[in-house]
Design a protein around this ligand. Structure first.
Ligand SMILES: *Cc1c(COP(=O)(O)O)cnc(C)c1O
Length: 408
């Protein structure tokens, strides 16, 4: 293809994205991440970050990062197996394992890489992966890179999971791995890890859980969805991120039995052929775990804030998805309504994002609110009041789903 045609094609694809209404604009923050951010010169309350524990700019975290730079330097300029492993990398891996009740952990520069690199070394063409239909893009891509046969089970449908496990056994799979998100990020719903684990074991399979929206804050001690579901330390493989609740810089990991992490260190391509997690991130993540394991963990505050927002928004008559997770989807069912609603909230100084098809199913449009331990009660109440005001102005307070679907 000639260059001009090549570019013209891309241009047409870009136009199609805009026509489909799925174009993503990036709002530029002037300054730090936080509960108050400055966007286009305007100060707004931020209710759409993954900064669940408020650690992204916690004074202790910033202080630890400054000290780490002085002690460990800025960059490693190497992969782990050449000259890119410092004692803080080993220590962080130990601390993560200990936190999650797992035998060993292996760091990646992102959870996307962890998921991208975990399947291919562990499973071959005679094996099967049974995967949840709404799994994160990185799990989907990781599975694509692996030769195992793929089976997809319907969201939150354990009967369908069992059907697929049976099918995999009938098809003669040698090893079966079940892969699921611990928390599904559009709904904030928590997978039934205990039941999934039982079912997986009854077919002699192994369970992998991506706990990116859970590590640090789901479960009584923040150990994630296995703890929440009463199976702390029992899941075979956990992947998660340092880029959300755990300080929010970047980095990911896999935690599992030592044989699993050992084969990953030998064979996992994003680990072998990509740079070490920056020393400052490794050392600072240790200080994040220090905070989580101390008496001053922000977890309790996050729980209080989430309860306050959920109770407040329910009183207004708006519809939310029930649950306990700090992801709170406020259901509007109508894509245009979700966008108009989010714009009006921004006018009132509350920054949230509307999600619609194809990110969520059709007629399931919503505004996804994310609560942080760092939000003050005043900020949470302001968000609730702003939701109520916009809903009232738009004439949708207390209206049914049908009304909202047909709203014009
Ligand atoms: C955010 C997220 C990832 C990617 O994490 P990064 O460390 O940012 O690459 C992977 N899986 C799930 C479920 C996520 O929510």
């Amino acid at each position: 293809m000639k260059m001009t045609n090549f570019i013209k094609n891309i241009f047409q694809n870009l136009e199609k994205i805009k026509e489909a209404g799925t174009w993503k604009d990036e709002r530029v923050l002037e300054g730090r991440q936080g509960t108050t951010i400055t966007v286009q010169g305007k100060k707004v309350l931020n209710f759409c970050a993954n900064n669940y524990l408020g650690l992204a700019n916690h004074p202790k975290v910033i202080d630890a990062a400054k000290k780490a730079i002085d002690e460990w330097g800025y960059g490693m300029s190497s992969v782990r197996f050449i000259c890119g492993t410092q004692d803080i990398h080993i220590e962080l891996e130990k601390r993560i394992s200990n936190f999650l009740g797992m035998q060993d952990s292996i760091l990646y520069v992102a959870c996307f890489d962890a998921n991208g690199g975990v399947f291919e070394p562990l499973l071959g063409k005679d094996d099967a992966i049974v995967t949840a239909s709404l799994n994160h893009a990185s799990i989907i891509d990781g599975i694509r890179l692996c030769k195992a046969k793929r089976y997809i089970y319907a969201h939150d449908d354990l009967n369908n999971l069992e059907d697929n496990l049976k099918k995999a056994r009938v098809d003669g799979a040698k090893n079966i791995l079940v892969a699921t998100d611990g928390v599904f990020s559009m709904d904030g719903d928590i997978a039934k890890i205990d039941e999934i684990l039982n079912l997986t074991k009854s077919y002699d399979g192994i369970l992998m859980v991506d706990d990116s929206h859970a590590t640090g804050f789901v479960g009584a001690n923040g150990r994630g969805t296995p703890e929440f579901c009463g199976v702390h330390g029992k899941v075979d493989i956990i992947s998660s991120t340092l880029g959300k609740a755990l300080g929010g810089a970047n980095g990911g990991f896999i935690s599992a039995k030592r044989e699993v992490t050992s084969i990953l260190r030998q064979k996992s391509r994003p680990y072998l052929f990509s740079n070490t997690v920056a020393p400052v991130v490794a050392a600072t993540s240790i200080s994040v775990l220090d905070i989580l394991e101390s008496k001053n963990s922000p977890l309790e505050q996050l729980t209080k804030n989430t309860e306050r927002f959920r109770a407040g928004i329910q009183k207004t008559g708006l519809i939310i998805k029930e649950g306990s997770h700090p992801i709170v989807p406020v259901m509007l069912y109508n894509a245009r309504l979700a966008n108009v609603f989010a714009e009006r909230l921004l006018d009132l100084g509350v920054y949230v994002i509307g999600f619609s098809f194809p990110v969520v199913p059709e007629h399931q449009a919503r505004i996804r609110v994310q609560i942080s331990a760092a939000h003050s009660s005043v900020e949470i109440d302001k968000a609730v009041q702003s939701f109520e005001k916009v809903a009232s102005d738009l004439g949708i307070l207390g209206k049914s789903k049908d009304f909202l679907v047909n709203w014009k």
